[in-house]
Design a binder for this molecule. Structure first.
Ligand SMILES: C[S@@+](CC[C@H](N)C(=O)[O-])C[C@H]1O[C@@H](n2cnc3c(N)ncnc32)[C@H](O)[C@@H]1O
Length: 233
């Protein structure tokens, strides 16, 4: 094909996807040093963290207590996994992020933790999880999913790395009411660019298509509403 033809000038999907990932990486590399002091912690990130903790406890009540291995995809500075490190049942806590600076902040926190032996930081793309099938009991993904250009493939990867009976806890902006639409589809999308907050029904369809056995969805919060998806493999 002629390199200057209009067709070849159009970015192919793979190139568009790479550009989306690169935009997110640059954005979060710059934000990493001040991320833990963000005003968004109280509004969005801490409520998400508490919801994940509650859902893990609920899953343990149904599926039995015992040591669990957890992967947090798009972990940022590792607020969730460092908060879980003191839990006696938490055997292995892996934080994965595409931003090297976010992973570095997590590594700094790990170095000062008495539970450092449980904690691991991995730099990778959510779409290419570098783990064997069935490696984890719990996969969490909080406030990160809207950055993924190929969301169905990511959910397929979550399902692959979970063992049967393992749980996926996926939390992201709820854009299915007026407040959520204004916050996420208008404000966040204007600020972050190239992001996509999937409707609750689209998330449900992706999780169903990936072959999860059960799914429970709920809305959390009012001013910055969040969609909490809990799916058991
Ligand atoms: C808003 S932060 C959320 C961090 C953390 N989960 C929390 O709730 O505080 C979104 C994170 O997703 C990460 N991210 C964006 N695109 C990614 C991708 N394709 N693969 C893995 N991580 C990604 C960013 O680097 C960033 O750290």
């Amino acid at each position: 094909m002629c390199p200057s033809s209009p067709e070849s000038a159009e970015p192919r999907p793979a190139e568009q996807h790479a550009a989306v990932r690169q935009t997110a990486r640059q954005h979060f590399d710059q934000w990493a040093h001040s991320y833990d002091r963000s005003w968004l912690n109280e509004l969005v990130f801490f409520p998400t963290l508490r919801a994940c903790q509650e859902e893990i406890v609920r899953w343990q009540q149904w599926h039995g207590h015992g040591p669990f291995r957890l992967l947090d995809v798009g972990c940022g500075t590792g607020t969730l996994i460092t908060s879980l490190a003191a839990w006696p049942d938490a055997e292995l806590l892996v934080g994965l992020d595409y931003s090297p600076m976010m992973a570095r902040r997590l590594a700094e926190k790990m170095a000062g933790s008495p539970h450092a032996h449980k904690l691991h930081a991995v730099v990778a793309d959510s779409e290419r999880l570098p783990f064997a099938d069935g490696s984890f009991d719990v996969v969490t993904c909080c406030n990160s999913f809207h950055h993924y250009p190929h969301q169905a493939a990511v959910i397929g990867g979550f399902q692959r790395v979970l063992r049967p009976g393992g749980v996926l806890i996926l939390v992201d902006g709820f854009r299915d009411n007026v407040i959520g639409w204004l916050v996420f589809d208008v404000a966040v999308t204007w600020y972050e660019q190239q992001v996509h907050h999937a409707a609750w029904s689209a998330v449900r369809d992706m999780i169903d298509a990936a072959g999860f056995a059960t799914l429970r969805q709920r809305k959390l919060g009012v001013l910055a509403p969040l969609l909490v998806n809990v799916a058991v493999r």
